[in-house]
Design a protein. Structure first.
Length: 179
């Protein structure tokens, strides 16, 4: 299974928690996964050190900052988006990933719960809860039926709640209500 983190490599994004969850999975004998880290930022050196110090180099890969063309390619190759942030609004990365059918594993912060429903199209956990993050990543790996259900639901929710068509319908209604 290929997990993706897509965002800035800064403290509030909780990437160190993601690496701790990956480490826990490795210690527990889970080896059939890869984590791609797409982004750059102040924490990159510290994150690379953690990966090296904990022998996680075989299961993690830094992609650096990526442009939109590369992002599309990566989203089509990955299977789950993981976003362990400490604060957010509703990140575009979540909606982009859902449009590609990626289940989302994310912290329950900001407005993320408007897009992600635990057990339906992914899983929400409390910021800093490395155990819950590792547990859900393991479930995605071990239960492909659950992953497939979440994948299909992610795409359906994205299309039914966040598509351009839905946006324009809502904007038209607001405009007409003003008349």
């Amino acid at each position: 299974m290929i997990f993706l983190f897509l965002g800035a490599l800064i403290k509030r994004k909780g990437v160190i928690d993601l690496l701790k969850a990956v480490n826990k999975m490795k210690v527990d004998g889970i080896n059939d996964f890869k984590l791609l880290l797409a982004g750059s930022g102040d924490e990159e050196t510290a994150l690379k050190k953690y990966i090296y110090d904990n022998s996680l180099t075989e299961c993690t890969e830094f992609l650096g900052w990526i442009d939109n063309n590369r992002k599309s390619q990566i989203l089509s190759e990955c299977e789950v988006l993981v976003l362990p942030s400490y604060n957010e609004g509703l990140p575009i990365a979540i909606l982009e990933a859902m449009s590609y059918g990626l289940p989302i594993i994310s912290t329950n912060v900001g407005s993320i719960s408007e897009a992600v429903i635990s057990g339906v199209n992914g899983y929400l956990f409390a910021p800093g809860d490395v155990e819950a993050l590792a547990r859900e990543m393991k479930q995605m790996i071990m239960d492909r039926i659950y992953w497939k259900k979440c994948s299909m639901n992610a795409r359906n929710i994205c299309e039914s709640k966040f598509s351009e068509y839905v946006f324009f319908e809502k904007m038209t209604k607001i405009y007409l209500d003003l008349k």
